[in-house]
Write a protein that binds this ligand. Structure first.
Ligand code: SAH
Ligand code: SF4
Ligand code: F3S
Length: 445
């Protein structure tokens, strides 16, 4: 409680954009109960950690944070502590057994129950655990009020879950099977966002290219893109994540023809070696991946292509690792997020033989990053002197006299603040200097 007697909440988000979107819904639910956003964790009456299980270090951060919260609970026994998200779904009651200061645990399908837990359930029970995965909840998602962080950009989850079962990945176990929201429902949400002045939306799914397949009526991601093209007011449509197996040429054609779809594609390849891809159960070969990339670049020559890589997957030989380096040099992604393989309990890869020692994993990670950073910088340097269109996001974190915006390709351009440029404006900027991760530039009139 703050000095004025208001109840305050503090939500911390880990993991992917899906969790960012869920946290906005969580905060919306808390605001409906009369809580205000906290200004610091110390004054909160409720703290919710929206967690991620994708790698061990993501989980460790959460355990560390709970340790930090404990003294607050000692000081204020009425403080409510909730664990939401993927670790909640994975560990359920075990979280409370391990850390009894946790009051409630809710899975990603249970944000709908949050108000009821706080106002009813916790009045009768000391601990509440709710982790049922009901597909109908995905379709009701739009009925939950969100407290959105930005007035310009909005997350729009279009589906939940994943059916792919890559052998290293825990997501299918904690997010359930693929369930899509209907095109009508998504379109209505996007129209409402446009009416509120939002300029950019990001469609979210673990594998957006399998959007709609669960309806079994021929609906697919292309249909959704076509439907959203018609919404006035939205300038840019982003989407993530794409999957090399499920993306079709038709989808690429529809994106290329769209006036709104941004020129950025995040297309995780994970590895440069076919045997590794097979053991990861990715369902495509490097040859197929390269063909798709060629097609995408043919249709959208200005596309910014980013990827994810895993290094140190069980059985990865030095030769296989080199193939990843070769792939990076051949494809020349704009950037790559590289992760050290982290065994996840219950996934097939965790019990595979030939786990790779940590020092080898780290050395390979560094080699990948060195190759990729060089490529990223070279690609960005080619942009020096060019004029790009950016959507203005506001001041940078370091310096309020420098603002930034993003290109259609999602690259950040930092420029000196200017009185006649406002948040949400689409403006032209000249790129002066390129760095590995961003550009420095200036607004042109
Ligand atoms: N659905 C998306 C990615 C979800 S997880 C896709 O299929 O591409 C985001 C990234 O985390 C993955 O692309 C992968 O590179 C990485 N990742 C997933 N599980 C991992 C694990 N056990 N260890 C290391 N990285 C992992
Ligand atoms: Fe995980 Fe694979 Fe599904 Fe992506 S496609 S969420 S990596 S199982
Ligand atoms: Fe993490 Fe769950 Fe996203 S495991 S990456 S928060 S779907």
């Amino acid at each position: 409680m703050d000095k004025q007697g208001n109840k305050r909440y503090w939500t911390i988000t880990y993991g992917c954009q899906m969790n960012e979107a869920d946290s906005e819904k969580i905060n919306g639910q808390l605001e409906e109960l009369g809580y205000l956003p906290g200004r610091e964790m110390d004054e909160a009456d409720i703290v919710i950690l929206n967690t991620c299980s994708v790698r061990q270090n993501a989980e460790e951060k959460v355990y560390g944070k709970i340790g930090e919260i404990k003294p607050l609970k000692d000081k204020n026994p009425n403080l409510l502590i909730g664990i939401a998200g993927c670790m909640a779904q994975e560990n359920r009651r075990k979280l409370i057994q391990r850390m009894p200061i946790i009051d409630f645990v809710i899975g990603p399908y249970n944000i709908h129950d949050l108000k009821d837990i706080i106002t009813e359930k916790l009045q009768h029970e000391s601990h509440v655990v709710l982790t049922q995965m009901k597909p109908s909840r995905v379709r009701d998602y739009s009925t939950l009020k969100a407290s959105r962080k930005s007035d310009i950009f909005a997350w729009v989850p279009i589906m939940q879950g994943c059916n792919k079962f890559c052998t290293y990945c825990i997501v299918p176990y904690v997010r359930g099977r693929e369930t899509s929201r209907t095109i009508e429902d998504i379109r209505a949400e996007v129209e409402a966002l446009a009416a509120e002045g939002y300029k950019e939306i990001t469609l979210l799914g673990q594998n957006v290219n399998s959007y709609g397949l669960d309806f079994k009526d021929g609906t697919d991601f292309s249909d959704l893109i076509r439907a959203l093209d018609e919404v006035d007011g939205i300038e840019r449509v982003r989407y993530m994540t794409s999957h090399p197996r499920d993306m079709t040429r038709e989808m690429v054609d529809v994106m290329a023809a769209s006036p709104k779809v941004a020129r950025h594609m995040h297309l995780p390849v994970q590895h440069g070696d076919n045997e590794m891809l097979r053991r990861m159960n990715r369902g495509y070969t490097i040859e197929h991946f390269e063909e798709m990339v060629d097609y995408v670049r043919e249709k959208m020559p200005d596309i910014v292509l980013t990827t994810d890589l895993i290094t140190g997957f069980p059985g990865e030989t030095e030769e296989m690792h080199r193939k990843t380096l070769d792939l990076l040099k051949k494809v020349r992604f704009d950037s790559a997020y590289t992760f050290i393989y982290s065994p996840r309990k219950g996934t097939p890869a965790a019990s595979m033989e030939d786990q790779i020692p940590d020092d080898v994993k780290h050395r390979r990670l560094n080699e990948i990053m060195e190759v990729q950073n060089q490529i990223s910088l070279e690609i960005n340097r080619e942009q020096e002197g060019k004029i790009v269109t950016i959507l203005v996001e506001g001041p940078t974190r370091q310096d309020e006299n420098h603002w930034f915006g993003r290109t259609s390709g999602n690259k950040m351009v930092v420029f000196p603040k200017s009185e006649d440029v406002a948040v949400g404006d689409l403006v032209r900027a000249k790129i002066d200097t390129a760095q590995t991760w961003l550009f420095k530039g200036e607004i042109v009139r």
